[in-house]
Design a protein around this ligand. Sequence first.
Ligand SMILES: Nc1ncnc2c1ncn2[C@@H]1O[C@H](COP(=O)(O)OP(=O)(O)OP(=O)(O)O)[C@@H](O)[C@H]1O
Ligand SMILES: [Mg+2]
Length: 249
Amino acid sequence: MTYLDIQSLQVDFLQQNKSHNVLNDVNLQLPQGKIGVIIGPSGCGKSTLLNVLANLNQEYRGRVSINGQLPLEHIGTALILQDYGLLPWKNVWNNIQLGLEIRKIAKEETKTRIEAILKKMGIADLKKRYPAQLSGGQKQRVAIARSLVLEPELLLMDEPFSSLDALNREEMQDILMQIWQETNLTILLITHSIEEAVFLGQKIFVMSACPGTIIKTFDNQIAGDYSSRGKVEFLDMCNTLRSYLRKES
Ligand SMILES: Nc1ncnc2c1ncn2[C@@H]1O[C@H](COP(=O)(O)OP(=O)(O)OP(=O)(O)O)[C@@H](O)[C@H]1O
Ligand SMILES: [Mg+2]
């Protein structure tokens, strides 16, 4: 049994009293401890797919299992949205602390974990600031810290770095790769960026236009190789992906 196993997933939405097929016969398998990346045209159903895995949408047909459990049963899934979802009235430290409080983690342990994650994400100096006092990239780091501090088993990310400039984006990709190397995290990430898919995705899933389905799965050997960016193999993989995506847009 594969850790993440989606078979014949179908999602329909009611739009103007008519049923609209958004995901059709989606099949996706991702082994535990791997990084999967989904790439596909805008509106093809990528966020819809992630929402099913995060148990935000239970109105689907087909089989979806995470470590043998339904999304509803599976604890240990973390979802990071594009709009960060930080609470504006809490400072960085308290935003990160929230999930630990809910899980009733002891005070000392909470402090140790928050300090470690602040350091890792390079935001220790910002711990007393409020979200309104942070840049987009800093907010994104806090949002990631807030999820990682709970030590999830599965991390779902919906276009996490799309609002960052190119350098910040590469730095965040490097940090994510480093975190992945240090943990046994399984990651499924959505992106619009071909380069990001090739750098991060050990498995790359290409989706068709709406109704979305997976038209191609790549096993990508060069994922995570810092020195590969800009090399011929990297560009070749980017071009292959690009040609699949062109057909869909
Ligand atoms: N709750 C909803 N009710 C009705 N239609 C919806 C709902 N959520 C999404 N849709 C529609 O489903 C389709 C897929 O949306 P989704 O957000 O999954 O696309 P996406 O691939 O994530 O797009 P993008 O790349 O722009 O983020 C779109 O046509 C969207 O309008
Ligand atoms: Mg989306």
